[in-house]
Design a protein around this ligand. Structure first.
Ligand code: BES
Ligand code: ZN
Ligand code: ZN
Length: 504
């Protein structure tokens, strides 16, 4: 989006749409009288009568009649009460603005950013939230329809009306845009069908990303994985004609490769379940089984743009989980990269196998902290529903610091317990060190806990995004399909700890 670096006023603004926040306590907004005077409509009366709604997230569009105004339309955004409105609600409100602007085929907007200042949200935050919300809300899923005649108009220009410093506003808007763009990229990856986004294509994408942001990159192919003895990801890949890939991106911020945070993503490009095959309806949507990988790539994009002072490694294990005469089977015993052996009880519990090798590899490559992300279990949906990411951890302080980032982004995370008894069940096998499916009771914990067997003493957070990575219907910040969940939280976490470090 082109950002106009001159502050506008009501007289000079020329955009298709002026975006204005309107609340139950509107009188506090500086220049409100000037705004009402200039547009000359009975705006105040319309607000009072409810024709312009002030309820949080209500959208009202009006055309502009004034002969002096160059603005064609005003989109009012309800903010409820300025004293209590939260950043999360404001972000969602802007998501709806994004959808509205897209619906209007708007290519330019002027944000009266001061009209979005809340008691708890300064203008400098509001502008970041605006950019994030609008750009996430305006996202649409690409398709392969041959009959579509829709002309796709996207937002191209933005300008601001404000009393604040324009440089600060522009900088904030750019940050919000960077965040939203990365989320939207992750969404698009998730939405790609499994026949198009194979493991090698995902690796190509990562390679491009690395070039763009000057990351060190390594892509291991099947022969190299065999050489290294990555028997877990190879077992999952065994039934496939597509080669697996282990993808590593390194962002080095400090001279020494130390104090490294590792993001580890599940990149299963399609999960049939293997011989423990999924049901007809369970198969649909399994192109999205690489949501963890998408989150890692999205977060790395933000890190590449903002370049925080923190070393980060991203590792993605990618393959599909297919059936053939060669496929792995229940009762098979495999040897992971770590050397630990695993008795396969269920070939549909493949994500934990891929991640076992990926996590071991991330450690070997220097990760001192691990956050793994995976659409790992249906169990997390049973436990927490579709709007909460489930977590396990072996380190309270690490997790609490991560939760602060999640509170900032509004991406809800809830920790489940991982007890010694759970670990005992994961370690129960007559023939191997571990089994990959101890039972269906509380199996989100078994899934994550299995990965925990490979992290050792390294501080670790497991995030099961099976419920949150793919939306079954549209929501305020986006359409049905890939959500890009955790992209913003991962990047925010890195930004926050980089800032903390710099204070010490
Ligand atoms: N990819 C699935 C988990 C999943 C389910 C993701 C629904 C998104 C939506 C995973 O590989 C899987 O099949 N998990 C099994 C594990 C079980 C066999 C122990 C599950 O959750 O049923
Ligand atoms: Zn599975
Ligand atoms: Zn899976």
């Amino acid at each position: 989006m082109r950002i106009n670096k001159e502050l506008q006023n009501f007289e000079s603004a020329t955009a298709d749409v002026l975006v204005v926040g309107v609340s139950k306590n509107q009188n506090n907004v500086p220049n409100w009288d000037r705004f009402v005077d200039f547009f000359g409509h009975p705006i105040e009366k319309w607000v009072k009568d409810g024709d312009i709604q002030t309820d949080a997230k209500a959208i009202t569009k009006i055309p502009v009649f004034s002969s002096e105004a160059k603005i064609k339309r005003i989109v009012f955004v309800g903010l409820g009460n300025r004293k209590t409105l939260t950043p999360d609600t404001l972000r969602e409100a802007f998501g709806l603005v994004g959808k509205t602007l897209r619906g209007l085929k708007t290519s330019s907007m002027t944000l009266w950013i001061d009209s979005f200042e809340m008691d708890e949200i300064p203008v400098s935050d509001a502008v970041i939230i605006a950019a994030e919300g609008i750009n996430m809300g305006a996202y649409t899923v690409g398709n392969y329809k041959t009959t579509s005649n829709a002309v796709d108009v996207s937002l191209e220009q933005v300008s601001f009306i404000s009393n604040a410093d324009i440089d600060e506003i522009v900088a904030g808007f750019e940050v919000g845009e960077i965040y939203a763009t990365a989320v939207n990229e992750a969404r698009s990856l998730i939405n790609l069908p499994g026949n198009i986004l194979t493991a090698s294509k995902l690796a190509d994408y990562a390679l491009e990303l690395a070039k763009e942001y000057d990351f060190e990159v390594e892509i291991l192919d099947k022969a190299q994985l065999e050489e290294l003895g990555m028997g877990a990801i190879l077992a999952v890949n065994k039934g496939s004609k597509e080669e697996p890939r282990m993808i590593t991106l390194k962002y080095q911020a400090t001279e020494k490769w130390e104090d490294v945070v590792g993001f580890v993503g599940k990149g299963v490009t399609f999960d049939t379940g293997g011989y423990s095959i999924k049901s007809k309806s369970g198969l649909v949507g399994m192109k999205g089984d690489m949501g963890g990988a998408a989150a890692v790539l999205g977060a790395m994009r933000i890190i590449g743009e903002l370049r925080p002072n923190k070393n980060v490694i991203g590792v993605i294990g990618s393959t599909d989980n297919m059936i053939s005469g060669d496929a792995f089977k229940p009762d098979d015993v495999i040897t992971t990269f770590s050397g630990k052996t695993v008795e396969i009880l269920n070939t549909d519990a493949e994500g934990r196998l891929v991640l076992a090798d990926a996590v071991s590899y991330a450690k070997q490559q220097g990760a001192n902290y691990l956050i793994d992300l995976a659409t790992l279990t249906g169990g997390v949906i049973t436990a927490l529903g579709y709007d909460k990411t489930g977590a396990l951890t072996n380190n309270k302080a690490f997790f609490e610091s991560f939760l602060e980032a999640s509170a900032e982004t509004g991406e809800f995370v809830w920790q489940l317990p991982l007890t010694e008894n759970d670990k005992k069940r994961i370690r129960k096998s007559d023939v191997a060190d571990l089994n990959n499916s101890p039972g269906s009771d509380g199996h989100m914990i078994f899934g994550g806990g299995f990965i925990g067997e490979f992290v050792g003493d390294t501080p670790w957070i497991h995030l099961d995004i099976a419920g949150t990575s793919d939306a079954m219907s549209a929501y305020d910040l986006g359409p049905k399909g890939g959500t890009g969940v955790m992209v913003r939280t991962l990047a925010t976490y890195i930004e926050r700890i980089a800032e903390e470090d710099s204070k010490h």
